[in-house]
Design a protein around this ligand. Sequence first.
Ligand code: HEM
Length: 227
Amino acid sequence: MNWFITLFSSTLGKKLIMALTGLFLITFLVIHLIGNLQLLHHDQGRAFNTYAEFMGTNPLVQIISKVNFALIIMHAVWGLILTIRNRKARGSQGYVVVKNSSPWTSRNMGVLGTLILIFLVVHIKHFYAEAHFGNIAPANYDGTDVKDLYGTVVHWFSVDWYVALYVVCMAALGFHLWHGFASAFQTLGINHPKYSPLVRFVGRAFAVIVPALFALIPIVMFFTHGV
Ligand code: HEM
């Protein structure tokens, strides 16, 4: 047990936690994106509401959802600890100005992560809390009532500043993933001269495509429902 505590209180252990939780959250993003793309069907929300009803009521999904929340908190707390530790280490170099040659994204993971965390607090309040504890009117499909969560999404994505907030936060998510994806593989030791360029390419493609599609949803909904 002692080795376990020593490992996870070391910098390497914290980086391992960041990599493993980060990779889980990347998987969540893919599933969440596929679900949210149902919003773009021209069906008054039927496909999205049916998907949301399944995700909101299936017992296995509910367990995974709790794990997801726990991992988000873990990723955020450990990330904050690592960022503060790195800042202190840089600060202890005194007045000597050392030019940091690491890329902008790598140096600003803490700031980008904090922006994403603020986005998540707003997002969970308006969508998750509303879906699970709010008073959403039902939609009826073939005689079955399901919550009309689509109506809630349409409501928020008709608000210009809200759409702008989502787009800015998706840019932050893109920059965060730009560094985070390949960095997770490096921490896990998957660092082979033959495969690393491929991992970097896939990571960067992911960092552009996934947040861009997330941002596209509020933009399309704003122009089809909001104006
Ligand atoms: C167009 C963009 C997005 C839309 C329309 C959207 C929509 C939703 C909705 C409707 C829910 C509540 C579903 C339910 O619990 O039944 C939800 C939950 C959630 N969303 Fe999003 N989302 C978007 C982007 C994102 C992004 C980019 C992230 C992460 C950075 C995110 C993270 C989450 C999390 C963590 C939950 C709680 C899920 C759980 O139960 O574990 N969402 N989202």
